[in-house]
Ligand binder design. Structure first.
Ligand code: ATP
Ligand code: LTN
Length: 325
């Protein structure tokens, strides 16, 4: 079974990215063929400074390694290093339709405050490139956070459409979303997603100082009342903190609710802060070590070679199917 996922090197990664994506990738590496990449072409879909993009790309690679991905077992690479992504994108754009792309939630959200005449085409066709990423590696499983499911659904529609016309060429992917922590919310406003692009004081960044992290958690918005239980409507702040705790300790939400039943909000937050700090402290140290040692550059070089071989095989199949070869 093949697993594939990627993250855009835009902005500073948050605890939401860690819990919803990063943390889950390494669990597959012992018994799956895993491809994890840096979606740098996707990063260009919104304005980004070139130096920042370069820096974020290396940092994200270091985060992959610090999260436990073993480059001897997992292919870690940069999307733009494998030209087959752009080539397959050019072919597949003919099999997705304007109507369905304009219904994508991510496109609607990201473009809503933009001048209609200046919305980049890449933002609109984002799902075509994402489908290309997935289909090139014939991925069976795509672990992502909840917000990306729609893009995988449209990839599945594309597979059906393409295969109906040309025969069984593309492999059907399946999204996998972690049960706990698929949508970590902002600590200052638990009605919105913790997000790396719309920075706010309620977002915990993976590069934050540990003292800053503790402060952010201690001042997280809680809800009225004093009880600690899961209720996304009535207790969104507490539910979010419980989710963070459960995801990082690999416990069920029920077990966490039992543990904190008699806690006061302040003591509960202290425990959540401890768990986050005990996770991110060693994680940061490892990541900075990988950056300094030059390991990051070596991993990306090797990964690009391995990924290119697999990607070109699929590209060839598709080119033959549609009549380009
Ligand atoms: P942006 O804010 O720039 O749109 P993002 O924070 O959503 O970015 P992405 O690069 O789009 O980050 O996402 C990387 C991965 O992290 C995806 O699988 C996404 O679903 C997951 N993810 C992002 N935010 C969260 C969150 N708050 N909770 C859980 N998973 C998340
Ligand atoms: N859009 C994804 C990043 C991404 C991705 C992919 C994830 C690009 N291509 C292919 C899984 C599979 C996001 O996380 N925002």
């Amino acid at each position: 079974m093949r697993v594939l996922s990627g993250i855009k090197p835009t902005g500073k990664l948050t605890l939401g990215n860690y819990i919803g994506a990063l943390k889950n990738f390494s669990q597959y590496q012992s018994d799956h063929d895993v491809f994890i990449f840096i979606a740098d072409l996707h990063a260009l879909t919104l304005p980004i400074d070139p130096e920042e993009l370069r820096m974020n790309t290396r940092l994200l690679t270091a985060f992959y390694l610090a999260a436990g991905l073993d480059p001897n077992r997992v292919t870690i690479f940069k999307q733009s290093d494998v030209s087959a992504h752009a080539e397959l994108n050019a072919i597949l754009q003919n099999y997705l339709y304007m109507g369905e792309l304009s219904r994508m939630t991510q496109f609607k959200e990201k473009s809503q405050n933009m001048d209609g005449n200046a919305i980049g085409l890449g933002l609109f066709t984002y799902p075509v490139l994402m489908a290309s990423d997935i289909l090139l590696y014939e991925a069976n499983i795509v672990p992502v956070g909840e917000d990306q499911i729609q893009h995988i659904e449209i990839t599945r529609d594309l597979v059906v459409r393409f295969n109906n016309r040309y025969g069984k060429i593309l492999v059907m992917p399946e999204p996998i979303v972690s049960t706990v922590g698929k949508r970590i919310m902002s600590l200052s406003d638990p009605s919105i997603k913790m997000s790396k692009s719309e920075s706010g004081k309620g977002d915990i960044y993976l590069t934050d100082d540990l003292t800053v992290i503790r402060k952010k958690i201690m001042s997280a918005v809680t809800d009225s009342g004093s009880e600690i239980y899961v209720d996304e409507e009535k207790k969104p702040g507490i539910t979010n903190l419980l989710t963070i705790y459960a995801a990082l300790t690999d416990k069920s939400l029920d077990d966490c609710v039992k543990k904190f039943k008699d806690y006061r909000y302040g003591d509960f937050k202290k425990e959540v802060a401890n768990v986050v700090i005990n996770t991110l402290g060693p994680f940061q140290e490892k990541a900075y070590e990988f950056l300094k040692s030059g390991e990051v550059d070596r991993v990306l070089r090797d990964g690009a070679q391995k990924a290119t071989i697999i990607a070109n095989q699929t590209l060839k199949k598709v080119k033959e199917a549609v009549g380009l070869l």
